[in-house]
Design a protein around this ligand. Structure first.
Ligand code: HXC
Length: 261
């Protein structure tokens, strides 16, 4: 099991803006940033996906601002960022977690299906980075882009997400170089198979779970808490010389290839 390794309040005084922050892995990240002392704004397309996490964060003693926006729509992103700055006074940390996914063979995927996932994951990540640039520059802020390991080799039925996440990794490296000079750190996290997530529900038929577990060198699925710990670390001053890295948090899974054998 994952251990809690970070002291309370390590992010005291910080404000985080988390896309896809209502549910799943990025919901966990939002909650963890709050537990570490940050005020947290969460955004996703639907307000109903945000309200339960807002309540969870507030019940835990944190401050949360929920604002609906679609990361594909640059003006909506600009408004959500402006509303967050109005509400909390600033933004120091941006987490790009909004993502689309479904299984589909390349030969059956429509151009719009491919484009929709690239628009959410890649263009959405750019939009949020670009729209928050001036604010992050003011505050010596930083960005964490949630990626994947699917594109390190090749993952059948995931051509759209693989292309989209390869683009996200390119954004992480490019901005680390261009914006590092402006005092903004830009990093990523590439989760492997994580328990209790929408992604796993969509991607892994239950009968394959045992075979996949055997294939993971650490012999277990990751927990959302594993990703939370990585995000809190990257967001903290403890990572102040880390820039342009996508931290793989997958128990060593991708090194064993894409098959289940
Ligand atoms: C084939 C599909 C499809 C499917 C949608 N499309 N679902 N094609 N198989 N199952 C196609 C549609 O036919 C359409 O193309 C196009 O995609 C857009 O679909 P819409 O429904 O109009 O789009 P929209 O509502 O904007 O978004 C759809 C969505 C989204 C992208 C599927 O609902 C979504 O992904 N939700 C899941 C959110 C989620 O689980 N996020 C976590 C991701 S996990 P046509 O040509 O028909 O118009 C993750 C981790 C990966 O990323 C790593 C794991 C190890």
């Amino acid at each position: 099991m994952a251990n809690k390794v970070f002291r309370e309040n390590i992010l005291q005084g910080k404000v985080a803006f988390v896309t896809g922050g209502g549910t799943g892995i990025t919901g966990g990240v939002a909650r963890a940033l709050s537990k570490a002392g940050a005020k947290v704004a969460i955004t996703s397309r639907k307000t109903e996906n945000l309200e339960p996490m807002k309540k969870t964060i507030e019940d835990g003693g944190g401050e949360c601002f929920a604002v609906a926006s679609d990361v594909r729509d640059y003006e909506a992103v600009e408004s959500a960022i402006a509303a967050t700055i109005d509400h909390f006074g600033k933004i120091d940390i941006v987490v790009n977690g909004a993502a689309g996914n479904f299984l589909c063979k390349a030969s059956e995927l429509s151009a719009n299906g491919f484009g929709t996932v690239v628009d959410i994951d890649t263009k959405g990540t750019f939009n949020v980075c670009r729209a928050s640039y001036e604010e992050l520059k003011k505050n010596g802020g930083q960005i964490i882009n949630i990626s994947a390991t699917l594109h390190y080799l090749a993952t059948p039925m995931q051509i759209h997400v693989s292309a989209a996440k390869a683009g996200v990794d390119a954004i992480t490296r490019n901005l680390a170089v261009e914006w590092g000079r402006k005092g903004i750190r830009v990093n990523g996290i590439a989760p492997g198979p994580i328990e209790d997530t929408e992604g796993m529900k969509r991607l892994l038929p239950p009968q394959l779970k045992e075979a996949l577990t055997r294939k993971i060198p650490l012999q277990r699925f990751g927990l959302i808490e594993d990703i939370e710990n990585s995000a809190v670390f990257l967001a903290s001053d403890g990572a102040s010389y880390i820039n342009g890295v996508t931290l793989v948090v997958d128990g060593g899974h991708w090194l064993t290839g894409t098959g289940l054998g």
